[in-house]
Ligand binder design. Structure first.
Ligand code: 2RA
Length: 330
């Protein structure tokens, strides 16, 4: 299968290539696309060298699937052009996520809604994916009423320059871009992305809107605070979930343990709980610190960690491609 990866030299694009290789996706021809300055450079994929090409060159080659991680502006302009030549676009930007006729997919939850008509498929935001992977099975069983989520997000969500700031030696280096108007080193920023309506950031708005679309359920309320922390391995989330129906804690843990793609790490007597340092490079969504909220009934506290570049972006996108392939939708 001819696969284009648009944004092939970016952090997520590179991991898309790595995951395609790891999972042995049936790529017969790879079409890596990047910005002007990278055209002509070579990348190695499955032991073979492929030349980075322009967007137009990729369009001319009519790939079956184009995996985008190149920002919303590029997706808005080029996803329809690829769709027009018969390519199915799996887009990691926010451009199409909340567009009514575009599907927002976490394969373990709602891949079944995909049809041959879907030519532009949206990959959800990283912090959304790990949240809904846990919310979905609990919503099915106990009916979620309200969610309060506070995130502790890795600088890898901001890009390479921000990752460089984790290294003290570069702090004095003025060339390293500031993540925001402040340093991230030894700091925590209550800001992921820019501020928008009602003094919420775009990241928080994604967390308050995307889960309802993915779960196909707008009967619950959700509020979010997204914080950037000087961590590299993945995003962490403290989540408080109020249900319409009561629950048994052991049953909650059993449901999560049986949920594909979710791993329960929850043994506080032995200090066992999820942490980003140990989640980096893995595809599971890790959940722990599962406990009743003692301040009110039918309410649960838990802690969710996942590698935001893998299950939060690249792996989820590849899993969508796998679903399309195995279900003959491409
Ligand atoms: C972030 N979720 O973490 C956003 C985009 N990757 O910054």
């Amino acid at each position: 299968m001819k696969i284009a990866v648009v944004g092939a030299t970016g952090m997520v694009g590179q991991i898309m290539l790595k995951v395609l290789e790891e999972r042995n996706f049936p790529v017969t021809e790879l079409i890596p696309v990047a910005s002007e300055k990278s055209i002509g450079k070579k990348i190695t994929f499955k032991g073979n060298e492929f030349e980075i090409v322009s967007m137009q060159d990729a369009l001319d080659r009519k790939p079956e699937i184009a995996m985008f991680s190149a920002g919303g502006t590029t997706s808005l302009e080029f996803a329809p052009k690829f769709a027009a030549v018969g390519t199915i676009v799996i887009d990691n930007s926010s451009a199409w996520r909340m567009v009514a006729d575009k599907k927002l997919i976490v394969p373990e939850i709602n891949a079944h809604v995909l049809t041959k008509e879907d030519k532009i498929i949206a990959n959800p935001n990283c912090s959304t994916i790990q949240l809904v992977m846990v919310l979905h099975p609990l919503n099915q069983k106990y009916d979620v009423k309200r969610v309060i989520v506070s995130t502790y997000q890795s600088v890898t969500g901001t890009g390479k320059n921000a990752v460089d700031q984790l290294n003290a030696e570069v702090i004095g280096n003025k060339d390293v871009a500031k993540v925001y108007p402040y340093e991230i080193f030894k700091n925590a920023l209550p800001q992921c992305d820019v501020f928008a309506e009602d003094d919420y950031t775009k990241e928080e708005i994604k967390l308050m809107t995307e889960p309802k679309k993915i779960l196909g359920d707008d009967t619950f309320n959700i509020t979010a605070t997204a914080v950037r922390v000087p961590v590299q391995g993945g995003h962490s989330e403290s989540v408080n979930i109020e249900f319409e129906n009561d629950f048994d804690l052991d049953e909650v843990k059993a449901i999560l343990a049986e949920t594909p793609g979710v791993t329960v790490l929850d043994d506080v007597k032995n200090n066992i709980y999820p942490m980003p340092l140990y989640s980096e490079g893995k595809d599971e969504v890790f959940v722990g610190r599962i406990r009743k909220d003692l301040s009110q009934p039918k309410t649960l506290n838990l802690w969710i960690v996942a590698d935001n570049l893998r299950k939060g972006a690249a792996t989820n996108a590849v899993q969508i491609a796998e679903y399309l392939y195995h279900n003959k939708l491409v």
